[in-house]
Design a protein around this ligand. Sequence first.
Ligand code: NAG
Ligand code: NAG
Ligand code: CA
Ligand code: CA
Length: 311
Amino acid sequence: MKHLIVFVIQVALTVGQLIPANNVQDCAVFGKKWMKPQPTDDSFFLTPYCYLLSGKEKDGHSARDRCAGKTKIDASGVVQRARLVEINSADENEWIWDKMSNSKGQRYIGMQYDDTTMGFGWDSGNPVSFANWGIGQPDNHTDERCVVINKKDGKWNDIPCEKPQKFVCQILALAPDAHKPSYYYLSPERATWDDAKQDCISKGGYLAELESQEEHGFVEGFISASSITANGFWIGARRDPTNRSIFRWSHSEYAISFENWYDPTNEPSDSGNNEDCVQIFYPRFDTHEWNDAACSTVMNYICERKTKPFI
Ligand SMILES: *[C@@H]1O[C@H](CO)[C@@H](O)[C@H](O)[C@H]1NC(C)=O
Ligand SMILES: *[C@@H]1O[C@H](CO)[C@@H](O)[C@H](O)[C@H]1NC(C)=O
Ligand SMILES: [Ca+2]
Ligand SMILES: [Ca+2]
């Protein structure tokens, strides 16, 4: 009987870890039309953003400006700025498309043609990790540099930016604490992913959650400047045991949205169906990109915290 109780408690804790951290603000703070995915939605997914489906039509550039004009100053004085939506997963696409069923027309998203890269890119500069073009698109049919999501099928199409359309904005909706600058710690010692996670917690932090190109770049600089010679650094991403194709940050419990895989055609490779944890490769491959590796591997790690620098 005693064993049974212990077993039940362990199951409860495991499930508890999969519940998203409740640090997304009520989207109503941005205005009454802002919304976020609800667990009751057919296409619920985890996201740190609130979304707005515009009522008005604007040309592509004005739509971008309209989103960027929607700002909010959080409690720590950081200005949050909305943007045309950046769609990073099939789940996010599905949810937005589903919300579009209540109104007419296709809608601009935050993607346009970039002459430098000669391809379509996100306004943020984030890598395009997900795309959902309709058949034969983008076709540049009549000088088409802006991108819409279709109402009919949720697919994307390039269209002329001059065309007035409705649009979708998004804004980061993490509680103010999430916008405080982070401090990082590169461990000189090596540990399994679980022990590394525990050590970060004991230091008042958590295994690093690298959530943007900007944050990643900062940490890469930190690694390059350090004298630690390591084969890799654990970070806080790990496969969700209920769906191993999803990686979650262990502290915030969000599914990762920014990702930075080493050779994305091969990684994450899940070799031996046993690669649940994520490392930054360094310096063996002279890169700071990500690889999935067995969590029992012993390596260096990176902790992050908001309160004060690690000493
Ligand atoms: C798209 O079409 C316009 C003219 O219709 C042309 O000037 C432009 O170079 C084309 N862009 C690409 C990427 O082919
Ligand atoms: C797991 O997640 C992926 C990516 O979101 C999704 O495509 C797939 O259907 C999910 N699988 C299950 C069994 O839920
Ligand atoms: Ca087109
Ligand atoms: Ca791998």
